[in-house]
Write a protein that binds this ligand. Structure first.
Ligand SMILES: C[S@@+](CC[C@H](N)C(=O)[O-])C[C@H]1O[C@@H](n2cnc3c(N)ncnc32)[C@H](O)[C@@H]1O
Length: 398
């Protein structure tokens, strides 16, 4: 039996010890936070060429490997556990049941349903946060599920899903409900397997709390750990609650942070956006003499293809200020560029440890299920290219 509680404790200790590496938010740093605490790391980061930084940030595993060379004992202490790997690349064909399902979602659903192959068969399945019910139709089709249920908040998705299931001649009951609220036992007990593919933070936590009384099997792939949590949310497991490590919303979001995504144009736009935002912020601080960082709303990408003056005017307006277009933005842009270069370097470290933070979050769910008398496995169920949220908990009641 997997010893998830000991693993969680050991990983928690290692994460706590190196919290100075993952707590600083790169975007907000004006100088390296590791000049004194990790001089070797600081020197190695600063010695990287622009191309090397760019190359490392293509892949978080490269960042971990790089970090391991500089701080081997830190990474060794974190590297104490791995999920069961079932993520070798496969390609699933497109039968008629796949019609209308976006390609990548279809691949995810198939990898996810492979998790069920290893479990004793079940006749009934309830899919939480089901969207249109793509997973349910696939399970009914491939796994002989006779009684299929979908729980989904969005009425429109339920309606489209119902019509699709009807066209496919698959019988699915859609329950248009908010899973953050108590779901009546009369509904939950209609299925003995409960699934959720990519249910966000508070949603999957609420699901687990509600189903563990009833479910024979639970198959859950969690995502967006920072969303839908109540302000007093805590670790679900006793093991987690007894440990001193806590994660705030920003930390729960770290595993989701991807740096380099999209093509060259998307990357250029992202670079421009960060530089302009930092440049504006340094102007704002100098102008107002207020040195507390102030956030800006997200902006349409098109704004970053226009003149920098337009962006400054838009940003100043948000803070109740007026941007004077006769000001030369160049000195601020230079500062913005400098801070961008710095934050990219610092990001390598956060990218290098983010998977360990994710493991800790998921181990909490595994420990909770163990405590509720389930036999549990944590599985990396598909390649990262199919979805970076590729961890799943597979639980079978003892
Ligand atoms: C990331 S999507 C995943 C959908 C589907 N499982 C899939 O993999 O395609 C999350 C789903 O949760 C639903 N959702 C959000 N809040 C909810 C709530 N409070 N109760 C039930 N469903 C909710 C959303 O409408 C959305 O369909």
């Amino acid at each position: 039996m997997a010893n998830f509680d000991n693993t969680m404790q050991a990983l928690g200790t290692a994460l706590h010890k190196c919290r100075h590496l993952w707590q600083p938010e790169p975007f907000h740093q004006t100088s390296s936070p590791w000049i004194n605490s990790e001089p070797e790391l600081h020197a190695a980061l600063m010695a990287l060429s622009h191309a090397e930084v760019h190359d490392l940030l293509q892949d978080s595993q490269r960042c971990t490997a790089w970090l391991e060379e500089i701080l081997p004992s830190t990474i060794n202490a974190l590297n104490i556990w791995q999920p069961t790997l079932q993520s070798e690349q496969k390609h699933f064909g497109q039968p008629s049941i796949a019609n209308g399902i976006p390609g990548r979602k279809w691949q995810q659903i198939n990898y996810f349903s492979l998790l069920i192959d290893g479990l004793p068969p079940r006749m009934s399945n309830m899919d939480w946060c089901s969207g249109k019910g793509y997973l349910s139709t696939t399970l009914a089709w491939h796994h002989g599920v006779v009684f299929s249920h979908c729980l989904e908040l969005d009425k429109k998705l339920c309606h489209i899903g119902k019509e699709r299931a009807y066209d496919l001649e698959i019988d699915i009951d859609y329950h248009c409900l908010d899973v953050l609220k108590p779901i009546p036992d009369t509904i939950i007990t209609q299925a003995d397997r409960h699934t959720a593919l990519h249910a966000c933070g508070g949603l999957h936590r609420s699901m687990l709390k509600q189903v563990t009384q009833h479910a024979e099997q639970i198959v859950l792939s969690p995502c967006c750990y920072h969303l839908y949590n109540t302000p007093d949310a805590n670790w679900l497991s006793e093991t987690g609650r007894q440990l001193s490590l806590t994660f705030d919303r920003l930390t729960l979001r770290i595993p989701l942070l991807e740096t380099v995504t999209g093509g060259e144009r998307a990357q250029r736009l992202r670079e421009t956006e960060i530089i302009w935002r930092r440049a504006y912020e340094s102007w704002r601080q100098a102008f107002t003499q207020e040195f507390e960082y102030r956030t800006l709303a997200s902006a349409p990408k098109s704004l970053f293809t226009q003149k920098v003056h337009d962006f400054f005017a838009w940003a100043a307006d948000q803070h109740g200020l007026k941007w004077d277009r006769t000001i030369d933005p160049e000195p601020y842009l230079n500062k913005g560029k400098h801070q961008f270069e710095l934050s990219e370097r610092l990001e390598i470290v956060r990218q290098g440890v983010k998977r360990f933070l994710e493991y800790y979050i998921v181990l909490d769910l595994a420990c909770y299920l163990l405590e509720q008398n389930y036999q549990v496995d944590v599985i990396e169920f598909c390649p990262k290219q199919t979805t970076p949220r590729n961890l799943a908990l597979v639980a079978q009641r003892y």
